[in-house]
Write a protein that binds this ligand. Structure first.
Ligand code: ADP
Length: 501
């Protein structure tokens, strides 16, 4: 039924790396959509079409679920020990490492991310594969002392079954490995639906998973533009036991709602509205370094990007003038050049949102001290790194996640005011602050209503640390030893009537 593709030949013809795939992966077969429809993958730096991938339908997605279920129940997968799964993940990790440059080039071509950052993402994303290869061997149960004689209380963790993984474009590799690494370590099988903007990175890492000997059907990748009906299928299918999603709060809420009937395990990593507080006691140079890293990584398109900068009166002028100098020096352009620090925004929708937010702030009498305009001479999706001061609380850039290279600065008087303003949002993903005052550090770290706090640090994600939010920023944690929890059920086995004497 499925037509195999000579992928190598096609990709060589296109002049791309052999890792560029033009088919989706279902049950170990590289296939077209049953509708034969495809969609274009474009380079946001120049609008050029860099590939076509299948526009998989709901029917195709159902095939992928069937394949994952069949693989989950197969003796080949079930009989593997934790050590076997660990070894497979280690092999996958090794192959990703060996192909890091090619993956980074694919990522930069489809996402616009500067090549140095893409290389960094391959290392970061691959660290989750390594971490979960190690964790696979430590999914411990318990034997709990029983309250009754002749009885043992045994607790074990078992895989939940098939997990559907829906990932965004801003980290085309890491968001897949952070989920799939944990799922496979636990013994689950997966259907991955990557973002329609960045399907090529997903297919490339799936190709390497195949080469690593991960059995057919264990990882399936459905490329599609039909996210809504396929998302609904994932939520409603009784064969999908868990959904892990990274993306917008709006879509996360929809998936949460749709998963209610089936009482699915749901892990949601949604939008943030990160405060970045600089206290009078801060080391201002370090705070500026942290601000640059947190705000401008991936052109501001990360959910943990600092979104609102609160700067205390005493160091306000110094912080703003140093930050302004650094922002003006940023090198903007096509991410494939090694010296570029800021690439294009991912698509027109994102560009319109960012420029609309800045115009809204301008209308509301905020002060734009750097940038504040598109850079059409570089390409239609480039937006100048921007600093906006005196931001009123009614401005969209204050209340909503900008997801672009825009710094919004608000001056504050004292700690209580800063913490109150930082928490005055329904989002609670990351929060950052700079202070050299030990008492203040502990006080503020505890009071911020977020899932992750950076103290004197602007980049905090790491495979060994739990990533996730509170409030409307999500449920569940990824990475760390907790990252396994969403992929296992706890089973209690009561061993009764044991004869000990
Ligand atoms: P972003 O603003 O980061 O693009 P989205 O939430 O729109 O965030 O997209 C994140 C992922 O969710 C992508 O893979 C996208 O295709 C997918 N997606 C978008 N809408 C839906 C939906 N209704 N159901 C399931 N997945 C969706």
């Amino acid at each position: 039924m499925f037509r195999r593709l000579s992928t190598l030949k096609v990709s060589r013809m296109r002049g791309f790396s052999a890792l560029v795939q033009t088919k989706a992966l279902v049950n170990g077969n590289w296939i077209d959509s049953c509708s034969r429809q495809t969609f274009e993958v474009k380079n946001p730096a120049n609008g050029q079409v860099i590939g076509h991938v299948p526009d998989m339908t709901v029917e195709d997605a159902q095939q992928a679920i069937n394949a994952a279920k069949q693989a989950y129940e197969s003796k080949e997968w079930r009989s593997l020990t934790a050590k076997d799964r660990s070894n497979m993940l280690k092999k996958w990790h090794q192959l990703i490492e060996q192909n890091a440059q090619e993956i980074a080039e694919i990522m930069t071509a489809e996402s616009g991310k500067p090549i140095n950052e893409s290389r960094g993402e391959v290392v970061y994303g691959n660290a989750f594969v390594e971490w979960f290869a190690e964790e696979a061997r430590r999914i411990y149960g318990e034997i709990v002392p029983s309250g009754q004689p002749n009885r043992e209380v045994i607790v074990m963790k078992q895989p939940i079954g098939v997990a559907a993984l829906i990932t965004p474009w801003n980290f085309p590799l890491a968001m897949i490995t952070r989920k799939a690494g944990a799922a496979l370590a636990a013994g689950c099988t997966v259907v991955v639906k990557p973002s329609e903007d960045t399907p090529l990175t997903a297919l490339a890492v799936a190709k390497l998973a195949e080469q690593a000997g991960i059995p057919k059907g264990v990882i399936n990748v459905v490329t599609t533009k039909q996210a809504a009906p396929i998302g609904e299928l994932f939520c409603k299918s009784p064969d999908v036991r868990g959904i892990s999603f990274t993306g917008s709060t709006q879509v996360g809420k929809l998936l949460f709602r749709n998963s209610a009937d089936g009482i699915k395990r749901v892990c949601l990593e949604l939008g943030g509205n990160a405060p970045f507080i600089v206290f009078n006691s801060a080391n201002v140079e370090k705070a500026v370094d942290g601000a640059m890293a947190s705000k401008f990584r991936n052109c501001g398109q990360t959910c943990v990007s600092a979104n609102r900068f609160f700067v205390q009166e005493g160091i306000y002028d110094k912080f703003v003038s140093q930050l302004k100098q650094r922002v003006e020096a940023l090198k903007i352009g096509d991410g494939k050049s090694a010296d570029v620090q800021i690439g294009p925004l991912i698509n027109k929708m994102q560009y319109d949102k960012v420029s609309g937010f800045v115009e809204d702030a301008r209308d509301k009498k905020a002060n734009i001290i750097v940038g504040g305009k598109g850079l059409q001479e570089l390409g239609s999706l480039f937006y100048a790194p921007t600093i906006v001061t005196d931001v009123p609380t009614s401005a969209h850039i204050y209340t909503e996640e900008v997801f672009g290279p825009v710094v919004s600065i608000i001056k504050f008087k004292d700690e209580a005011e800063a913490v109150q303003k930082a928490n005055d949002t329904q989002r609670g993903l990351a929060g950052y602050f700079y202070s050299e005052n030990l008492q203040q550090v502990f006080r503020v770290a505890k009071r911020l209503e977020v899932g992750m706090v950076g103290v004197n640090e602007g980049i905090i994600s790491a495979p060994e640390a739990p990533f996730g939010g509170v409030k409307e920023s999500g449920v569940g944690r990824e990475g760390s030893r907790h990252g396994i929890d969403d992929y296992v059920d706890i089973k209690y086995i009561c061993m009764g009537n044991l004869k000990y004497d």
